[in-house]
Design a binder for this molecule. Structure first.
Ligand code: NDP
Length: 328
C-alpha cells in the first residue's frame, strides 16, 4: 500500500517536494492487532506547524516517517476480539492507505445517520474544536455578537452555527464572495465579510452594530486586529488558530491596547487536551448533523498522490469546507 512521508522541512512555503510517496508491504498481523483500509484522510492546518522543528505543544513530525493525520476507514482483517472485519473506525493512521493498530485509540463509528467522512469534520476533531472554544472559552449568552474567522472552513462553519443555535448574532469573516454567500445563505450566519474585498474594518463595523462580545480566532494578523477594535468590555477571545502565519509571516497585532481598555480575556487551547469533554460535545454535534441542523461542506481530493497539492491549497484558502483526501 502507499504512504506519504515527510521528505524535508519547508524552507518558507510548503512545496510538493517536502513530501515523498512510498510503497510498503502489508504487514502480517500479530495477535490483538487489526488492519484498517483508510477511506478518507483529513488534512488539517496543524500539520503545517508539525512540519517545522520549533517549540510547540507537540513534537515535530519526524523526517522519513508517515505524515501525521486523522483517518476514517474500515477494518479489513482482525486478530483483535473487539473489532470485526467491516467495522468502520476512526484512527490516526496518517497519510497512508492502510494502518495496523492494537485497537487502542481507535473509535468505532456508527454510519447509520452520519456519513463516514463527517467524523473527520463536524462530528470529529474540527467540530469539537468549535464546540470547545465556543462553549468553554467564549461561553456565549443569548443576544451576544460572536465573530469567527475562516468562517466557511471546518471549524469556523460549526462555530457560527452553534452560536446561532444559542441565540447569538453570528458574523463570519471569509475569503471571497462565494464563501461569504455560502456562510450566510446555507449556514445561516447573520453576516459574513469578505476580507479580500479590501474594506474589512468598515464592513465589520456595519455587521457588528452592537460591538463584538466573543471572537473565535482562526486566522490572526490583520483579521484579528480588526476584531479587537470592535470588542465590547469584558469580551472573550478563543484563540484557536493563527493560520495566516503558519506558511508565511502574519502581520503584527497593533491593537493590543484594547485588551487593557476593554478588559478582554483571551485563552489559547488545544482541543486534544480536553478529551474529557469530547463525549459531551460529540453527542451534541452528532445529533445536530444526523437531524440536518448542522450543515457542512467538503473539498475532496482524490488519491494519496493528490494530498500534497490539496494540503498546500488549503493553506492558501483553496479549500471550500473541510479538506479531505479520498483514498479508496
Ligand atoms: P479551514 O477548513 O478553515 O481551512 C483553512 C482556511 O483558512 C482556508 O480555507 C482559508 O479560508 C483560511 N486562511 C488560510 N490562510 C489564510 C490567510 N493568510 N488569511 C486568512 N485566512 C486564511 O481549516 P480548519 O477549520 O481545519 O482550521 C481553522 C483554524 O483552526 C486553523 O487556524 C487551525 O490551526 C485551527 N485549529 C485549531 C485547533 C486547536 O485545537 N486549537 C484544532 C483544529 C483547528 P479563506 O479562504 O476564508 O481565507
Amino acid at each position: 500500500y502507499k504512504r506519504m512521508v515527510l521528505a524535508s522541512r519547508p524552507q518558507g512555503h510548503v512545496v510538493p517536494e517536502n513530501f515523498r510517496l512510498e510503497e510498503v508491504p502489508v504487514p502480517d498481523l500479530k495477535d490483538g492487532e487489526l488492519l484498517v483500509r483508510n477511506h478518507y484522510l483529513s488534512l488539517d492546518p496543524y500539520m503545517r506547524m508539525r512540519m517545522e522543528d520549533v517549540k510547540s505543544y507537540a513534537a515535530p513530525q519526524a523526517i522519513g516517517e508517515t505524515m501525521i493525520g486523522g483517518t476514517v476507514g474500515e477494518v479489513v482483517a482482525s486478530k483483535n476480539p473487539k473489532f470485526a472485519v467491516g467495522d468502520k473506525v476512526q484512527g490516526m493512521f496518517g497519510w497512508s492507505e492502510m494502518g495496523v493498530s492494537d485497537g487502542s485509540l481507535l473509535r468505532r463509528l456508527d454510519t447509520t445517520h452520519i456519513p463516514l467522512s463527517a467524523y473527520l469534520g463536524s462530528v470529529g476533531m474540527p467540530g469539537m474544536t468549535a464546540w470547545y472554544g465556543l462553549t468553554q472559552i467564549i461561553q456565549p449568552k443569548e443576544g451576544e455578537t460572536i465573530v469567527v474567522s475562516a468562517a466557511s472552513g471546518a471549524v469556523g462553519s460549526v462555530v457560527g452555527q452553534l452560536a446561532k443555535l444559542r441565540g447569538c448574532r453570528a458574523v463570519g469573516i471569509a475569503g471571497g464572495k462565494e464563501k461569504c454567500d455560502y456562510v450566510v445563505n446555507e449556514l445561516g450566519f447573520d453576516a459574513c465579510i469578505d476580507y479580500k474585498a479590501g474594506n474589512l474594518k468598515e464592513e465589520l463595523a456595519k455587521a457588528t452594530p452592537n460591538g463584538i462580545d466573543g471572537v473565535f480566532e482562526n486566522v490572526g494578523g490583520e483579521i484579528f486586529d480588526a476584531c479587537l477594535e470592535r470588542m465590547n468590555p469584558f469580551g472573550r477571545i478563543a484563540l484557536c488558530g493563527m493560520i495566516a502565519g503558519y506558511d508565511g509571516d502574519p502581520s503584527p497585532i497593533r491593537n493590543a491596547r484594547f485588551f487593557l481598555t476593554m478588559r478582554l480575556s483571551m485563552r489559547g487551547f488545544i482541543v486534544s487536551e480536553h478529551m474529557d469533554l469530547w463525549p459531551q460535545g460529540l453527542k451534541e454535534l452528532g445529533t445536530l448533523v444526523a437531524t440536518g441542523k448542522l450543515k457542512f461542506r467538503e473539498s475532496v481530493a482524490q488519491g494519496l498522490e493528490a494530498a500534497p497539492e490539496a494540503f498546500i491549497g488549503m493553506l492558501k484558502g483553496r479549500n471550500f469546507g473541510k479538506q479531505l483526501v479520498k483514498l479508496i
